[in-house]
Ligand binder design. Structure first.
Ligand code: GAL
Length: 633
């Protein structure tokens, strides 16, 4: 598989007389892909029905004639001002009932039928006009669904659509009342029209109601996306992508991904470290200019799964961003390292965001490959270096990992609705398992929750999965390796109620959770063999063999050679020990790494990345900070 690099570009921000030079410079820098169009609706259609696409025709031609391939974005993340005048009720409404206004982006509610029709209309116009254009080699739907908290909307449109969704799902309010347990607090409904959205209640709403709303909201994103996909597909054979984000779990990316050809995501390692990670100051100081050593890799593996093997970086951080609490510059070399790490995880393309820094508006302090005055910014040379290097090493193909880690969006919603204790965060739980595995030098495949074939793996981990799907339970029944399930996995029904028999109900494991406690973040419960547990402990009874217990003799890990249940959230030391022991038992060779070093294997190569501030040694080589090393396997 050939690898390539690209860039995001906004021709509408610049005078047309520099476009040709831009395209020539992009080609000279070794770029292949140029994404355009995704925010340009006000220039595509300055007034309702007044289409002005000649500039876009010229831009596509200009880029194509320079040998570049265009990714054309549908502009639906930025409806222009006239649109909100035409549809004054199209805005999303936040949980407090406040309407979200015009003046930035993503100001639409996924359930608004009028806006949905506008989205189909502009997509149809673009697909008809560019579907057969030889320079348009890929499409992007919208931009970053869910970014800026835009999946959930408590609007009238959402309320009406939610009622329809409930009526279709439950058929009768009796069935819904039973499924949710609405007899509790006399919450029973007689008609679907009585059911509101789960906000503005006096105290917490019924968790089943809240989870149903989360499932509905996710379905609305997938439906919105599918409408665009169907239209584009009718006119174009080019692959369709969407650019997902880091640590956004509000909609099921697997569901959206099922309708797309390739997954892509927007990787801003320094912004994410400051803005989206719980790690303490020391960690953030150490990695301030490199990014967390595992956050990007986690998403690479996640989106490889979402894209069923095909994925890109659509936006790669090129320098300081503007949106995190602090916005340092990457260490020299990081814009190269990040790209190589993505390729080592199977990315087909890495596109930098953006070609030239904008001198105006919200992102004027956000770097690009060029400065606002058109002179090169530091990342340009690094991008060109990557382009030269991939030309020499184009055969980077993904290897199947020996370890599979399940990721389930519905579990993120469920534990958000009902955390049972502050600090219980599903993403964080799964991420800590991932980090523990990476520190053992392992490659990991992320698995969807309905994965029906575990045969490639020797070890499968499923922490915090609300309800194990029939597919996964079936696969576990015949699995040759060992599965580590829990904490909290299979402990609820899909309606977020407690099943009987009591959980975890795993094949071949006599164990019952009698009760669950969560405890203060500053309390620890040491384990007999070292390390401690945090946040949550499930108490077990049953005849399964006890494999780990607390210092006080309370079982924490139980099971056998096929399946084990971990009834707590282990700290790094305890998790590392448990994972190492499982790997050893399964004959999975580990290679524990020093602090900032991370390893990734492809079919043909071993890559090593130094995220740390000190040189590290690997295979007898010294890798400098921000350095990348590879060798054949
Ligand atoms: C992304 C977004 C881009 C730009 C970028 C800035 O989230 O897709 O349009 O805003 O962040 O870092």
């Amino acid at each position: 598989m050939n690898r390539s690099i690209g860039v995001c570009y906004y021709p509408e921000h610049w005078p047309e007389d520099i476009w040709e030079q831009d395209a020539a410079d992009m080609a000279k820098a070794g770029l292949t892909w140029v994404r355009i169009g995704e925010f340009a609706w006000s220039r595509m259609e300055p007034e309702p029905g007044n289409l002005q696409l000649e500039w876009l025709d010229r831009s596509v031609a200009n880029l194509g004639e320079a040998g570049l391939k265009v990714v054309l974005g549908t502009p639906t993340a930025t409806p222009p001002r006239w649109m909100v005048e035409k549809h004054p009720d199209m805005f999303a409404v936040d949980e407090n009932g406040h309407t979200r206004g015009f003046g930035s982006r993503r100001h639409y509610c996924f359930s608004h039928e009028g806006y949905r029709a506008e989205s189909r209309r502009i997509t149809e116009i673009l697909a008809q006009r560019y579907g057969a254009n030889p320079y348009v080699a890929a499409w992007q739907t919208d931009n970053e669904y869910g970014c800026h908290d835009t999946t959930l909307s408590y609007s009238d449109a959402a309320q009406a659509a939610f009622r329809d969704w409930l009526a279709q799902k439950y058929q009768s309010t009796d069935a819904l009342n039973r499924a949710w347990g609405n007899i509790f607090w006399s919450m029973e409904y007689d008609t679907f029209d009585q059911i509101g959205l789960p906000n503005l209640t006096v105290t917490e709403p019924n968790p089943s109601h809240a989870l149903a709303f989360r499932r509905f909201s996710s379905d609305q994103v997938a439906a919105f996306n599918l409408e665009q996909v169907r239209i584009i597909k009718a006119h174009s054979d080019a692959p369709i992508l969407h650019n997902y984000m880091g640590r956004i779990t509000d909609f099921d990316h697997f569901a959206v991904g099922a309708d797309l050809d390739i997954a892509s995501w927007d990787s801003y390692p320094l912004g994410f470290l400051e803005d989206r990670m719980e790690d303490g100051d020391a960690h953030k100081r150490t990695y301030a200019q490199q990014g967390d050593p595992d956050f990007q890799a986690f998403h690479h593996d996640l989106y490889r799964a979402v894209g069923r093997g095909r994925w890109w970086i659509m936006e790669q951080q090129p320098g300081p961003v503007n949106w995190a609490p602090v916005n340092p510059a990457p260490l020299p070399g990081m814009c190269r390292l990040w790209a190589w790490e993505a390729f080592a995880h199977g990315a087909e393309a890495v596109c930098y965001f953006r070609w030239r820094q904008a001198p105006f508006a919200q992102e004027q302090m956000h770097a690009g490959l060029l400065r606002p005055d058109r002179s090169p910014a530091p990342a340009l040379a690094e991008a060109s270096q990557v382009a030269e290097e991939i030309a020499q090493l184009s055969d980077v193909s993904t290897a199947k990992a020996q370890v599979g880690l399940v990721f389930d969006y519905a579990s993120a919603w469920a534990w958000d609705v009902q955390p049972q204790g502050a600090g219980f965060d599903y993403f964080r739980l799964v991420f800590e398992y991932y980090r523990g595995l990476r520190k053992l030098g392992l490659d990991i495949d992320i698995l969807p929750p309905d994965c029906a074939d575990l045969s490639p793996y020797k070890l499968v981990l499923a922490p915090g999965v609300l309800t194990l799907s029939d597919a996964l339970l079936g696969a576990l029944n015949t699995f040759d390796g060992v599965a580590l399930i829990g904490p909290r996995s299979n402990t609820k029904t899909e309606e977020l109620t407690i099943p009987t028999p009591l959980p975890p109900n795993l094949p071949g494991l006599d164990a019952t959770i009698t009760h669950t406690e969560t405890f203060r973040a500053d309390m620890e419960r040491p384990l007999e063999n070292g390390g401690t547990i945090r946040h949550l402990q499930e108490h077990l009874e049953g005849s399964a063999t006890i494999l780990e217990q607390t210092a006080e003799g309370v079982p924490i890990l139980i099971g056998n050679d096929q399946i084990q249940y971990l009834a707590a959230w282990p700290d790094e030391a305890a998790l590392g020990r448990i994972l190492s022991a499982l790997c050893q038992k399964q004959g999975i060779q580990t290679r524990p790494v020093s602090a900032g070093l991370r390893i990734r294997r492809t079919d043909t190569h071993v890559f090593a990345f130094n995220y740390g501030l000190e040189p590290v040694s690997f295979d007898g080589q010294t890798i400098q900070p921000a350095g990348v090393y590879w060798t054949t396997r």
